[in-house]
Each structure stands twice: as C-alpha cells, then as structure tokens.
Design a protein around this ligand. Structure first.
Ligand code: GTR
Length: 326
C-alpha cells in the first residue's frame, strides 16, 4: 500500500517537472538599433508583454545594437532557429522571399499609410505566407518611414545628380539596380560599416530614413539630405516558423497580441522620432533639400520593375494589387 502511493507520488512530481520544462521557453531576439530608438523601446515592451501574457512561460532576451551580427546573418539565424526573434527590415529579406521583395520596389507605395493598408489586406497576407514558407513568420509590422538620399557635397534633385556617385545600399539586387539605373555605382554594405565608409570616401552617399540618418551619426559625414523618398519599406517582428508552429493556440494568440501591441507603440514612437531626428540634424547644420519633381526618378525605375517581373512573372498581380490599393 505504502509502496503504491509512494510510487504514484514520485510519478506525479516527475510529470509536473517535465511538464514545466517542456513549456518554459527562453527566446533570444535580434535588433540592430541602439537604446532609445523606437524599435528598441518597442522590442523591450514586446519582451515584457510576452512574459506577462504567457504567465512567464515565454521569456525573451533582446540583444540590441546589432551585437549578434548584421541583418542578413541574423535573418539566417532566425530561419535556422539559432535565434527565435528578429526585428527585421524587409529589404534584406527580399532576396530570400520573392513575394516580400515587392515592398522593396522603388516608389511602390504612395506613402506610409498606403503601405499599412496593403499590409493589412490581401497583399500583406501573400507577403506573410511567402515569408512563413521560408521559415520566418511575421507577427506584426513596424514603421520605418521613407528612405531618402544623403551625401557629402551636393543636393540631389534629379537622377542626373546621382551619375558617378558611389551609394551604399542594403543587400538586395533591387537596390543595386535602382542606383545603377540612375547612373550611380551601388555598393551593398552592412549597416554598421556605413559611417566609416562615408567618412573615408569609400562611398559618397547612402540612403535612409530620418531616425537612422541621425542615430548612426551619418549626418555628421554626409550633410546633404534630399527628400527623394524612393523607398518605403516595412519592418517586422519575425519569429522562427518552427518555434511558432510548436506553440499551443493560446500561446500563439498571446505572442501575436504582444507583438501587435508593440507595433502600436512603435508606430507612435516612430512619428515622434522622425520629427525629433529631422529637427536635430537641421540644427546641426544639415542642408535639407525638397525634391520638387520625383517623376524622373520614378521613370528611371522601369528596368528595375521589368527585371523583377522577369524573374518573378507570377508576382505581377501582387504588384498590380498594391498599385490598385487606394
Ligand atoms: C534602417 C533599418 C535597419 C537597417 C538599416 C540599413 O532604417 O531600420 O533595419 O535595414 O536601415 O540601412 O541597413
């Protein structure tokens, strides 16, 4: 009698311990930005909400400032499951996921609200499905504003101003094509290397949004910012697909809710930071140039679109859907 109850007691304890061990998850997350950047604050809020909403069953340790490597490397790490979470710009994801590459077509979105309307509809679902197939599930979308050109010696008003200019781009053939079609020389390079490259003249210019232009100090070494707004690319909170698939429905809901709350926070912080960054660089002496006519830049992008359609004929309807979205 005593033996039987003793055994069942031991059994019950063992099951409880195993059960806890099986469900406790300690995730690691990648982010390229420094403390105080909207994405950093919002990713920390995501980590806190994740722990709270899952009753401590999931914790997330964030590694900010790109300490775990460049974005293309981190994307591979999340796909492979070496990291569970990443806050990624979709630019460097495009070469892996053709459907997600539509957002990197120059001038595809009219403005940021148009981008979010697309992401919230059928277009966003197609992009998310393509990403999930390649091991990355987007849980929520972050704002990254519009990207414009900056360089050290002159304002850019027409594509002719880019002729002969060496311009750093993110890793993606679409961006290389974009610069080359304007007559410049594209130089794909990791984000962390751009400051030095601008300073030493390895490149003449680069392109980014206001907050990154300011947070990286690029404005100190490239003081002309021309509002070409040629790229409007979203960012994601992305999770490794297997990690996500292994969660119970309740856990999936908690994780998604935490991510979406974080995105609401990020978009709000983003709006504030865009204004603050612009003000800060203008006060530091940056020459801001409004581009009066973007049509010549758009016209120069014809071959970039054609090359994209040639390698992805099945994605023409997705591009048309985006263009038809009000
Ligand atoms: C920033 C973006 C980063 C990274 C960077 C770059 O705007 O938030 O994720 O993509 O641009 O230019 O490499």
């Amino acid at each position: 009698m005593f033996n039987i109850s003793y055994k069942s007691l031991v059994g019950a304890v063992a099951v409880t311990v195993l059960g806890t061990a099986a469900f406790a998850e300690n995730w690691r997350g990648w982010n390229i930005h420094p403390e105080g950047y909207p994405n950093t604050t919002a990713m920390d809020a995501f980590a806190a909400a994740l722990e709270e909403k899952t009753g401590g069953e999931i914790t997330l340790q964030m590694f900010h400032g790109g300490t775990l490597g460049s974005q293309p490397d981190a994307v591979e790490q999340v796909r492979a499951g070496a990291l569970e979470i990443g806050n990624f710009n979709l630019g460097p994801i495009g070469p892996i996921v053709p459907a997600a590459n539509v957002v990197s077509l120059p001038f595809i979105f009219k403005d940021v609200p148009h981008m979010f309307r697309v992401l919230e509809g059928e277009g966003g679902a197609a992009i998310a499905a393509g990403m999930a197939e390649k091991g990355l599930v987007p849980l929520a979308w972050y704002d990254a504003g519009a990207r414009s050109f900056y360089n050290g010696d002159r304002p850019i008003n027409t594509p002719a101003d880019v002729v002969g200019m060496k311009v750093r781009v993110m890793n993606n053939d679409l961006f290389t094509g974009m610069i080359n079609e304007m007559g410049g020389n594209a130089s794909p390079m990791a984000f962390a290397e751009v400051y030095q490259a601008l300073k030493t003249g390895v490149v003449d210019g680069a392109e980014n949004n206001w907050p990154s232009y300011e947070s990286t100090g690029h404005f100190e070494v490239a003081g002309y910012y021309s509002l070409s707004q040629h790229l409007i690319i979203p960012e994601c909170i992305c999770i490794n697909a297997d990690t996500y698939a292994a969660l119970s429905d309740d856990m999936k809901a908690a994780v998604t809710e935490a991510a979406q709350e974080s995105a609401i926070m990020q978009r709000d912080l983003w709006a504030q930071r865009e204004a603050a960054s612009r003000k800060a660089v203008e006060e530091a002496g940056v020459v801001v140039n409004e581009v009066a006519d973007k049509a010549p830049f758009q016209a120069a992008m014809g071959p970039v679109y054609e090359a994209y359609f040639e390698s992805n004929p099945d994605l023409r309807p997705l591009v048309e859907l985006i263009q038809a979205t009000e």
